[in-house]
Write a protein that binds this ligand. Structure first.
Ligand code: WTA
Length: 679
């Protein structure tokens, strides 16, 4: 792996960086020290005297708000001429047109000018106590070498590079190198199988893949290069695979493989950044939807970066000099926005966490907090629930006095986990921010902060919309719900710079999924409750997407795999409440007539197939073999009924009159009770 050496050649400012325009902010001159100290841009807004008024303005006059913030917080080589050009009814979203910039310059060069020796990355390697630090200067040099290497191997502006790597500095440098030369990146979570990786490489039409020889996680070696080898066999577009060395073990190299570090040594540490348009693609990131096919959401340059940076700064109250510890993997949107882009755009020190919460023991997170002096810790409820079960002693062993804010993301955080996080981990001193957002939203949309420092925080509630975010609730008839103490489909009434722009190669699906269900609004796919006080609480997905340990997976994706088994006639997969994972996977499977196999053997086979074709986390926790599935007369599987059966809510089965044959439900109930008794 590329190591920081601290003695490489001097950084030479590129001509591009010198061309960066100073930001222009039109300040009205009147003193508004309170709110201006909080957000300098606010000094330019007439009549804004507090945070609430600032938020109000960010929604009512979002163009002025975003224009000021974009001028102030990004470095442009050419300023934008149009703040926004959006039409939600047509799924058209454009921000900061006319503007030109480079994302890697914003994340690196400008900090190298002011504080080259500030630590940009702390790599908390799987091996406890072996962390490594990389300064902004070192990260820029590494990025430039990768950028030059990619360019030398023919990667051009507009190409898409697939990155299949664990969370490590070279993965970050690879993402930034793509941004530097104008290529898009497509990071695939390194827990995905060869099939899942291949599908994403093909859909993204990547000809270049970057990987490592082996990954290391929880003390186990993971053969990532072998997975890539298998994947690219079915990817005719792939011409070259760069292989970095995470471990010392050599791997078989083929003609298309390139030893990454060796080749990087030959490259210059200066790499001319491409001058990108605001709306050029920055990256694709695949996520699950309600069909079997994952969708490659597209994020673009300026709007995404600005939104990631602003949310990082304000939701977590990040201040210069803080150490920000988001333990997400870079393969998910949380890793993109709050490990890489948001923190680096703000010149932060950001932690790359390569391990697991319980390796080598359940004190890992808090030991890391003490060692790295982490000020903001951002993680997933599933890990908190798991650690809570191991007891307070694993937390109390370590000094956590540096912590200022605790964050939660990816799934609802139940009150017990929230309270424990707040009381034990944060010693009751740190605000806990339950942040709601999605791959599609690019950054946090609803969170308790920023608000007044002493504003109340209700456990388990995301509560308050961020600047420029206007959530609405809509009922099943499509009517806007205007009162409080009500629940409905969570939609956004206004565009914001961080939202996804399209689905790669499928703009029609983008429109159908997000903009057609409630015309004029962006539909999140989630339901929410708005309390008497106007706070938002997410109630869960309204579509066939489930959330296992904070990872999104479409039930249809799992069904597609299960149905490929020759013995299976049909299947229905649903999510059920799981005490640690949030949701577990429950599969109902109907076998073809005349099939004679042991159910236990078939269960093992089906679990193996799902791990192999998707990822381990998608593997069913329960498989129930059923005679038939409850269906409507038009043949649609009644998942609502199956969910009720699994959650043992027989009272709540609801109206069964549309069922083709209600006896099917009784059979399922019977079979389910036998299964629960035997486990
Ligand atoms: C769910 C992760 C409740 C939600 C950043 C959303 C949440 C999906 C929360 C997006 C939260 C995320 N409370 N549910 N604080 N945060 N979700 O794309 O269902 O991996 O639609 O993005 O996770 O998952 P994704």
């Amino acid at each position: 792996m590329w190591l920081p050496c601290g003695c490489t050649s001097k950084y030479v400012a590129s001509s591009f960086a010198r061309r960066i325009l100073a930001s222009h902010l039109h300040v009205s001159g009147r003193s508004r020290c309170n709110v201006a100290a909080f957000m300098p841009e606010a000094a330019g807004f007439e009549g804004v005297s507090g945070r609430a008024a600032l938020r109000e303005l960010s929604v009512s006059n979002s163009e002025s708000f975003w224009a000021a913030v974009a001028r102030h917080r990004l470095s442009w080589s050419i300023p934008f001429h149009t703040v926004q050009d959006c039409d939600l009814s047509r799924g058209k979203i454009k921000w900061f047109e006319g503007g030109k910039l480079n994302v890697s310059v914003n994340c690196l060069d400008r900090h190298v000018h002011t504080c080259p020796e500030r630590v940009a990355l702390i790599w908390e390697r799987d091996e406890r106590g072996s962390e490594m630090k990389y300064t902004y200067r070192e990260l820029l040099e590494m990025t430039c070498r990768v950028g030059n290497l990619l360019r030398r191997h023919g990667v051009k502006r507009g190409d898409c590079v697939t990155i299949y790597m664990p969370t490590c500095p070279l993965a970050v440098a690879s993402m930034l190198a793509c941004a530097r030369i104008g290529a898009a990146h497509n990071v695939v979570f390194a827990g995905f199988s060869a099939d899942a990786l291949a599908e994403r490489i093909r859909d993204a039409q990547s000809s270049t893949v970057i990987t490592v020889n082996q990954g290391v996680r929880g003390g186990k070696v993971i053969e990532l290069k072998k997975t890539v080898d298998t994947a690219v066999e079915s990817c005719p577009t792939v011409k070259q695979v760069f292989v970095a060395m995470r471990t010392d073990n050599p791997v078989t190299m083929t003609a298309r493989d390139i030893a990454m570090e060796e080749e990087m040594l030959k490259e210059d540490v200066v790499c001319e950044p491409a001058v990108m348009n605001s709306e050029d693609v920055l990256f694709l990131l695949y996520t699950s939807g309600s069909t079997g096919k994952p969708k490659g959401l597209v994020h673009t340059q300026a709007g995404y970066l600005l939104y990631a940076a602003l949310t990082h700064r304000y939701v977590f109250s990040y201040h210069d000099g803080d150490v920000f510890g988001c333990v997400a993997d870079i393969g998910w949107i949380t890793g993109h926005s709050y490990v890489v882009y948001g923190p680096l755009a703000n010149g932060a020190t950001t932690v790359l966490f390569e391990s697991t919460p319980i390796y080598p023991d359940p004190g890992r997170y808090w030991d890391m907090v003490e060692r790295l002096k982490i000020n903001q810790f951002y993680g997933a409820p599933t890990a908190i629930r798991l650690l809570l079960k191991y007891g307070d002693q694993w937390v109390n062993k370590y000094d956590r006095s540096t912590l200022k804010t605790l964050g939660s993301v990816g799934e609802p955080i139940n009150t017990e986990a929230w309270e424990w996080y707040h009381r034990v981990v944060g010693d009751g001193r740190c605000p806990v921010v339950d942040t709601w957002w999605q791959t599609e939203t690019g950054g946090i949309c609803i969170a308790p902060r920023p608000s007044d420092p002493d504003a109340e925080i209700v456990p388990g509630m995301a509560m308050r919309p961020f600047f420029g975010i206007k959530p609405v609730l809509i009922d099943t008839e499509g009517e806007l719900l205007t009162s409080n103490n009500t629940s409905g489909a969570l939609c956004m009434a206004q565009p914001w710079p961080g939202m996804a722009r399209t689905i790669h190669n499928n703009h029609q699906r983008f429109i159908e999924t997000y903009f057609q269900p409630y015309p004029g609004y962006f539909f999140t796919g989630d339901g929410a409750y708005r309390s008497e006080e106007g706070y938002y609480q997410i109630t869960g997905r309204l579509d066939d997407v489930i959330n296992v340990s904070g990872h999104r997976i479409g039930t249809a994706e799992i069904e597609d795999v299960v149905n490929q088994c020759p013995a299976v006639a049909e299947s229905a997969v649903i999510g059920y409440t799981h005490s640690i994972k949030g949701q577990g996977v429950y599969a109902f499977v109907v076998l073809k007539k005349g099939i004679d196999v042991k159910e236990a053997d078939l269960s093992r086979q089906l679990n193996g197939m799902v791990s192999e074709k998707i990822a381990k986390y998608a593997s069913p926790d329960f498989i129930q073999f059923a005679q038939r599935l409850p269906k409507t007369r038009s043949g649609k599987i009644m998942r609502r009924v199956l969910r009720k059966v699994v959650e043992s809510d027989l009272e709540g089965l609801g109206d069964l009159s549309t069922l083709d044959d209600p006896a099917a439900v009784q059979e399922i109930i019977q079979e389910q009770s036998v299964l629960s008794e035997s486990t």
